[in-house]
Design a protein around this ligand. Structure first.
Ligand code: URA
Length: 236
């Protein structure tokens, strides 16, 4: 578990992790060790929550979800879109304003660029499956909290179990870090084959199209990542 998630859970569980100046953190104080066991149990329960569920039931569960506070500010849940036979699963961070309004991922300017990126490696939007770490929009497009991500990830995990993609493309730092449960920078995560979860699906990370709209000079690196992912997929 990465340190942000651990600290957020510990805070939510009422466990403070203060360290006195000049003292090192005790290896595993009893209260913290207990809380970490609870955290691990919560994560296991969450992971098993949606398993065995089919597409229509999963969609209905997401539409009715009240597992975090984002349900009170969303307009629509954004389940995911694309072919249920897709070999590629593209995973972004969370819906933005356009996606929240329309209930579909990547429909705004970043979505247009994502479509072009996919086309550049010979894939139509309709051929892949597109989803996000979060199914609901965080107000003001703030980053997802660790609790929101871990409450929502079981839905994506079940989508993956149903889809059985050959490859996952994580777009952006937030998606990559949440999927891989790491704090490592995107710069260090790209150009490597990672494995996602129990299914061990190969996962490649690249830049988020919204970032590329702001920093077009990095489009060349994103192109290298897409070709890398295409080669990985061809070898699966
Ligand atoms: N950015 C994302 O990460 N996902 C979307 O669906 C839209 C914008």
């Amino acid at each position: 578990m990465n340190s942000a998630l651990r600290h957020e859970y510990l805070a939510a569980l009422g466990v403070e992790t203060w360290v006195m100046r000049g003292k090192s953190m005790p290896a595993s104080p009893p209260r913290e060790a207990m809380a970490l066991r609870e955290v691990a149990a919560l994560r296991e329960t969450a992971a098993a929550r949606e398993s065995g569920v089919d597409w229509p039931e999963l969609r209905a569960r997401v539409a009715a979800c009240t597992r975090c506070t984002l349900c009170s500010t969303r307009t629509h849940t954004v389940f995911g879109v694309g072919s249920q036979q897709a070999e590629w699963l593209v995973v972004g961070e969370a819906p933005g304003a356009d996606e929240d309004r329309q209930g579909e991922p990547f429909v705004g300017r970043a979505g247009q660029l994502l479509n072009s990126m996919l086309r550049a490696i010979g894939l139509a939007r309709e051929q892949v499956y597109i989803a996000n770490v979060l199914k609901c929009r965080p107000p003001g497009n703030r980053d997802p909290t660790a609790i929101e991500a871990s409450e929502c990830l079981p839905y994506l995990e079940q989508q993956i179990a149903l889809l059985k993609p050959k490859i996952m493309l994580a777009v952006g730092r937030i998606a990559a870090q949440n999927l891989l449960h790491t704090d490592v920078t995107l710069g260090r995560l790209r150009q490597q084959v990672h494995r996602f979860g129990v299914s061990q699906v190969p996962l490649v990370a690249t830049y988020h199209p919204a970032y590329l709209l702001r920093t077009p000079t990095d489009k060349r690196k994103a192109w290298e990542d897409l070709k890398f992912a295409r080669d990985v997929c061809a070898r699966v």
